[in-house]
Design a protein around this ligand. Structure first.
Ligand code: NAI
Length: 280
């Protein structure tokens, strides 16, 4: 056993023992959802993995399913029928209602096709919004209508600080993230009142994944964020750990929050390293 594996072993606390859930968005080993699935498994949680049918053909999700002893149900997160089927089948497979759901989904067609923010193609904009933002509402509405969540369950989606502050190359994803964060608050109210379920978004550091690297100038940007963050950028593994804490019973009263998980970036005006870059 390597040193890292030993550390990981020591770091398993059984925080999610007996808990069941659904994890959206594991495309490959870099995906935040992939790392989260591995950590949830280590903490004793069981889950169904899901992704868009097309992503599965490209992705390596079978490998993850094998490792974490989980089943895969394809679902396009913009398709209500797919989501209904996913929620029903997941409860059958897992043998009961769910305790946690991770929404780790994002895609901008304008970004992909190189359309500038001042030159959006609005059918691209609508598609990207549906996939990246409205899908979170669709996922929660499907869970809500099926009464699929156990009391004190936890729903998490991933977001980025471009929802609050402008990052020119983040394009229409900034607007999608603002919408996503709003949906977390709005649905969080009803899920809390009716089912004692919490809903939060994690605002994560730039992370080298397929979605992350799609953003123009990502390399410069991730280095800048690293230099600006007193603790350095949060990695995908760090994000997985944070999500485990939000799925656990240790955060029962945290809801309707946008939680910055960024090594301190969001509250740093400037760092010494960045000043040094500009000093002669
Ligand atoms: P990723 O590319 O590994 O994951 C994105 C996932 O969205 C993929 O698995 C993809 O198949 C899935 N997806 C796309 N369309 C879908 C659809 N119609 N139905 C179901 N799934 C669909 O990249 P990453 O970075 O792990 O992204 C996960 C989340 O983290 C996204 O919400 C992203 O915006 C967010 N995030 C990422 C950051 C980064 O720098 N990588 C920073 C902050 C937030």
């Amino acid at each position: 056993m390597s040193h890292n594996q030993q550390l990981q072993k020591i770091m398993a606390y059984n925080l999610l023992k007996g808990k069941k859930g659904i994890i959206f968005g594991a495309l490959d080993a870099n995906s935040i959802a992939w790392k989260t699935a591995e950590r949830v498994h280590e903490e004793g949680g069981t889950f169904v993995l899901t992704n868009a049918p097309i992503a599965m053909r490209m992705g390596q999700i079978n490998e993850l399913a094998g490792k974490t002893i989980s089943e895969i149900i394809p679902a396009d997160a913009t398709n209500e029928e797919d989501l209904k089927n996913l929620v029903e089948k997941s409860m059958e497979i897992l043998g009961g209602k769910l305790d946690f759901v991770l929404h780790s989904i994002g895609m901008s067609v304008n970004v992909r096709k190189g359309r500038h923010y001042t030159d959006e193609n609005y059918s691209f904009t609508e598609k990207g919004w549906d996939v990246s933002a409205l899908s979170f509402h669709k996922v929660m509405q499907s869970l809500y209508k099926a009464e699929a969540m156990n009391q004190w369950g936890s729903i998490v989606a991933l977001t980025y600080m471009a929802a609050q502050r402008t990052f020119p190359d983040y394009n229409d994803m900034a607007d999608n993230k603002a919408y996503l964060e709003s949906v977390a608050r709005s649905f969080g109210y009803f899920f809390g009142k009716e089912h004692k379920v919490r809903v939060n978004t994690i605002s994560q550091s730039p992370t080298p994944t397929t979605a992350g690297q799609g953003v123009k100038g990502f390399d410069g940007f991730i280095n800048y964020a690293e230099k600006m963050s007193p603790l350095g950028n949060a990695t995908a593994d760090d994000c997985a750990n944070y999500t485990v804490s939000l799925f656990s019973d240790l955060t029962k009263k945290v809801t309707m929050q946008n939680l910055f998980h960024d090594g301190g970036f969001s509250n740093t005006g400037v760092s010494q390293e960045v000043i040094d870059e500009f000093s002669e």
